[in-house]
Design a protein around this ligand. Structure first.
Ligand code: C2E
Ligand code: MG
Ligand code: MG
Ligand code: MG
Length: 285
């Protein structure tokens, strides 16, 4: 399967992410149990306004607290999952869990958007069903749901990506292009894609103060996004200097370790309250 996909030029063979290798098979066999037995968890990383004053939303990032291997990060298992049909179950689990959490916070007075990452292979018509189900079960409004898709997803099947994004937009869901600038043919595929948001890849953001080229790239992408009518988000904001510069450049939203790392739900809520990023958002009780 992996070899077939790689012949199509889509994926390169990589033993570490081959679900049919002994280790890979074992791990994938354990994934369904993991979903059923609460070994998977979402951590939540805040997105704040460009001036750093308001909490706007959270992004859900998956973790696997594996019984013998310890806490696994997405890079440790997502590439495997994405090569099996289990990715659909994972996408559904993440969507439902993230929106349930967001709805719970809302009931507690914390009003934010919730962003969910969607793998390339999940970016098809089936995604609409998953989104509908999660919105219905949680009574979450589509305009407060952001789906983050990577340029890689768009490049793999641009026509399918365009069709899916158009349907999501029609439904009122917001779509973000994640890791913008990290892919190779970004502008071609951006054209005609009905997204709302661009997230500048963190490789341009983290050191932008020390690297004049990064500053030029970031300011140009912010201008580009605004001229296209898109909201622009910087990920990987690690320092006050970077936050200040991005703010001065008019970046709409900021995200990164400078503000907060991805946090377990209880800590994310505590962070929001302690930071007092009140705006229209948090009612500190
Ligand atoms: P992403 O969506 O671009 O998420 C940002 C990644 O950068 C996260 O890594 C986050 O922890 C990290 N990060 C955030 N701020 C900073 C910073 O200031 N500095 C640095 N150095 N890193 C920062 P993580 O959680 O390991 O996720 C990696 C990728 O895995 C994500 O990249 C996303 O593409 C994917 N992913 C994570 N959760 C899910 C999920 O539930 N479903 C799918 N399909 N993909 C997911
Ligand atoms: Mg993301
Ligand atoms: Mg990203
Ligand atoms: Mg990334």
């Amino acid at each position: 399967y992996v070899a077939k996909r790689s012949r199509a030029g889509v994926l390169r063979y990589d033993a570490a992410s081959d679900p049919h290798s002994a280790g890979g098979l074992e791990l994938m066999g354990q994934l369904r149990t993991a979903m059923e037995e609460d070994q998977l968890a979402l951590h939540y990383q805040p997105k704040v306004s460009g001036d750093g004053a308001r909490l706007l939303g959270f992004e859900a990032l998956v973790r696997w607290d594996h019984p013998t291997r310890g806490l696994l990060q997405p890079a440790d298992f997502l590439p495997l999952v994405e090569r099996t049909h289990l990715i659909h179950a994972l996408t559904r689990w993440v969507m439902l869990t993230a929106l349930r959490q967001a709805a719970t916070w809302r009931a507690q007075g914390v009003h934010t958007t919730m962003a969910v990452n969607v793998s390339a292979v999940s970016l098809d018509a089936g995604l609409l069903g998953v989104v509908e189900e999660a919105l219905a079960l949680t009574r979450w409004s589509p305009q407060d749901l952001v789906l983050e898709i990577t340029e890689t997803a768009i490049i793999q099947d641009p026509a399918r990506a365009r069709a899916t994004v158009a349907l999501l937009r029609e439904r009122g869901v917001r779509v973000a292009v994640d890791d913008f600038g990290a892919g190779s043919t970004s502008l071609v595929h951006l054209r005609g894609l009905a997204v709302h948001e661009l997230k500048i890849d963190r490789q341009f953001v983290s050191d932008l103060v020390a690297h004049p080229e990064d500053d030029v790239i970031v300011s140009s992408v912010i201008a580009l996004a605004h001229r296209l009518g898109l909201v622009v988000v910087a990920e990987g904001v690690e320092t006050l200097a970077a936050a200040d510069r991005l703010s001065a450049l008019g970046c709409d939203e900021l995200q990164g370790f400078f503000f907060a790392r991805p946090l377990p739900a209880a800590q994310a809520l505590a962070w929001a309250r302690a930071e007092g990023l009140t705006g229209a958002v948090v009612e500190v009780r």
